[in-house]
Ligand binder design. Structure first.
Ligand SMILES: Nc1nc2c(ncn2[C@@H]2O[C@H](COP(=O)(O)OP(=O)(O)O)[C@@H](O)[C@H]2O)c(=O)[nH]1
Ligand SMILES: [Mg+2]
Length: 656
């Protein structure tokens, strides 16, 4: 095919993102689209990177004279924020899926995000060579997940076990997939004539629903011309009010040119996307960073307005080293037009999502990171690296806002939060390879506590004679339980100077200090200590002596006061499609959760929120099981609710 620039007036640079469930063939399609446009990736794609599919890839090409930027997004739900960020930069999303209703997995989440954000999207049903179900079932399944009408543009032709071509619904013509990528016209199989007519009628109806003039024609039985249909398709697809469906096979090169033509016709021009995005008019260059890779060495951004010249200063940031990625190679360019996605070298300290403009005051929408659902405690293998670690973590968070770091004062651990095991391991991998930091990762500790259930009065005396003068202190203490959450309290009930005033602060301090570690080894909470009485010695008593006597007394009293373990209980809200509500309740009660109930998820028809109180210790790997029970769709958020007494086997296990 011809890839040289044609005489057609260009609409300027445009961009699309390839998104879809894991393994649906986005990366294969990325390569197929670039190859069909005459810019194939050189076969040096590292198979390891390819299979990881954790980071998005950017590629540039020209198709029939139009410049294109294409983004290949990771499919795993753990990297959903990457996809989310890329969607903030493109004119249209191509949803790549497999031709089977039960392989659509995370598609509902993606559809939902596109609809909420008003991003035009179409569907490419890939792996059509593997089609086993009735295309009508697939169409119905897609429609079930889409708020906007689905419009099938092609009907696959099946001969025996093979898909050999397709019927173009609007043209009412059949094509046979060629050996190369060009399809050849073929006879429309008699058995598909009715299907084609039905699909065309449906398509016309869908378009008529969006346009009164067309509706009138249809009602008057005037058949709209093919050109009319095309122009309505273009308009509705560009505004995101219909979702076209095309079919093909990325690895066989089938349907790729057809997809290119659909993109060429139906992807809105960059200025339309700028309007949708709320970009103020003008010609001052405006750039938004949607992805940072390799520790800030490379950033990907979209030029939203104006022309970005290499070396320009936007606000306080100098933007230099702008390039396109052609055939897998970075090619330096002198300037980039509005609508282009570009790679930029060295943008130190510019976080993902940043907007760079002359005024420095413009803002553009960018997605919020999802709430963290998985965590690991991390520690340097060499303590000398601690300072380096906090600097590296800071960088890592700038690059990937879906990561979070918390210094847990209760357990003393540095905890890295994110979207799952692969997501966090990928971050740890970068710490090792880019920052040369060896870090050990473990399951974060649960901040258990202890308390007591009985009132105990304790007498404690320190009397020591060592060489010169001795040490003497004598206290009578009472320790008593307090209500949950009331904390520690100290009361001094000494009368008549049995313990002189000057020693009281020492007693108070030592009593509080003794709470740091109870009989089971955990911090003690909600205890009242009262100093009832005592005696002293004019020479041998000291702060030190009173501290020692108090600490011994409190420690002994705690073990006699029926100590119990307290475990943190979190309030968990799981969000799942309602077909999984019962399974999710079982999952949470299986983790010692107390189910509070469920309700419809606000604004999400067909979804529920299941609420439960679950011991924090049971939540570490909850997300793995929740995802596997819900086809990857379920998620949850949590917050601390209360401390509860641990009983039975749990208490026994902890009280070693
Ligand atoms: N049969 C068939 N396999 C395909 C097709 N496209 C991709 N695949 C295979 O599906 C697997 C996943 O593809 P990949 O492009 O990595 O998926 P991604 O996770 O969406 O990027 C790979 O083994 C591909 O070779 C296709 O059209 N037909
Ligand atoms: Mg991939």
């Amino acid at each position: 095919m011809s890839v040289s620039s044609s005489a057609t007036a260009t609409v300027g640079p445009r961009s699309v993102a390839l998104i879809g469930p894991y393994g649906s063939g986005k990366s294969s399609l990325f390569e197929a689209l670039l190859a069909a446009a005459g810019s194939p990736l050189r076969r040096t794609v590292d198979p390891r990177n390819r299979s990881m599919s954790t980071e998005l890839r950017l590629g540039h090409c020209t198709f029939l004279g139009d410049p294109w930027s294409i983004v290949d997004c990771p499919g795993s739900v753990e990297f959903v924020y990457e996809t989310s960020s890329a969607l903030a930069a493109v004119d249209l999303a191509v949803i790549v899926c497999e031709p089977s209703p039960d392989r659509l997995s995370t598609l509902p989440l993606l559809m939902r995000a596109l609809e909420e954000r008003g991003i035009p999207h179409l569907v490419f049903v890939n792996k059509i060579d593997m089609l086993t179900t009735d295309p009508a079932d697939l169409e119905a399944a897609l429609q079930a997940h889409s708020k906007f009408p689905i419009a099938l543009r092609q009907i696959p032709i099946r001969e025996g076990d093979h898909v050999t071509g397709y019927v173009d619904v609007v043209r009412a013509c059949a094509y046979r997939y060629g050996g190369a990528s060009n399809p050849e016209p073929a006879e429309l199989p008699a058995g598909l004539r009715a299907t084609e007519e039905h699909a065309l009628a449906h398509l016309t109806e869908v378009l008529a629903d969006q346009d009164d003039e067309l509706l009138e024609k249809v009602l008057e039985d005037v058949e709209p011309t093919r050109d009319e249909l095309y122009s309505h398709l273009r308009k509705d697809q560009a505004t995101g009010t219909i979702v076209e469906v095309l079919v093909g096979s990325a690895v066989h090169g089938h349907g790729i040119l057809r997809l290119w033509k659909a993109l060429r016709h139906d992807v809105p021009p960059a200025r339309k996307s700028a309007e949708r995005h709320g970009v103020a008019a003008g010609d001052q260059p405006l750039l938004q960073i949607f992805k940072t890779v390799q520790a800030g060495k490379l950033a990907f951004g979209r030029v939203w307005r104006g022309v970005l010249h290499d070396g320009a200063t936007l606000g306080s940031t100098r933007v230099s080293g702008i390039s396109r990625i052609v055939a897998g190679e970075q090619i330096r360019i002198a300037d980039a037009e509005a609508g282009e996605l570009v790679a930029i070298g060295r943008l130190d300290g510019v976080p993902t999502g940043a907007v760079l403009g002359a005024s420095g005051a413009e803002s553009l929408p960018f997605p919020e990171p999802p709430p963290p659902v998985f965590a690991l405690a991390i520690a340097t293998k060499d303590r000398k690296d601690d300072v380096k670690l906090s600097a590296a973590l800071h960088k890592l968070l700038e690059e990937d806002p879906a990561l979070a770091v918390e210094h847990n004062v209760e357990t003393g651990e540095t905890v890295l939060h994110g979207q799952g095991e692969i997501h966090l391991n990928f971050a740890l991998d970068r710490l090792a390879t880019i920052y040369n930091l060896a870090v050990a990762a473990t399951t974060p500790k649960t901040p258990y506590k202890e308390t007591i259930k009985k009132v105990v009065t304790q007498h404690s005396r320190l009397k020591r004679q060592t060489g010169g003068h001795g040490q003497f202190a004598d206290v009578k203490l009472e320790i008593a339980p307090r209500a949950r959450g009331e904390g520690f309290a100290f009361t001094d009930k000494i009368v008549g100077g049995a313990v002189p005033k000057q020693y009281i602060p020492a007693v108070h301090d030592a009593a509080e200090d003794a709470m740091q570690k109870g009989p089971f080894g955990y911090p003690v909470v909600d205890v009242a200590v009262t100093l009832l009485d005592g005696t002293f010695h004019t020479v041998d008593s000291s702060d030190m002596a009173f501290k020692t006597a108090t600490r011994m007394g409190v420690t002994e009293a705690l073990s006699k006061a029926e100590p119990v373990l307290l475990e943190p209980i979190d309030h968990v809200t799981a969000t799942v499609p309602n077909s999984f509500t019962a399974a999710t309740q079982r999952l949470l009660s299986g983790r010692r959760g107390q189910i509070l109930g469920y309700s419809e998820r606000p604004g999400w028809p067909g979804w529920d929120e299941v609420e439960a109180l679950v011991p924090a210790a049971e939540l570490h790997d909850l997300i793995m099981e929740l995802r596997s029970d819900t086809m990857g769709l379920g998620s949850y958020r949590r917050h601390f609710d209360h401390l509860a007494e641990a009983r039975g086997a749990v208490a026994e296990k902890l009280a070693h």
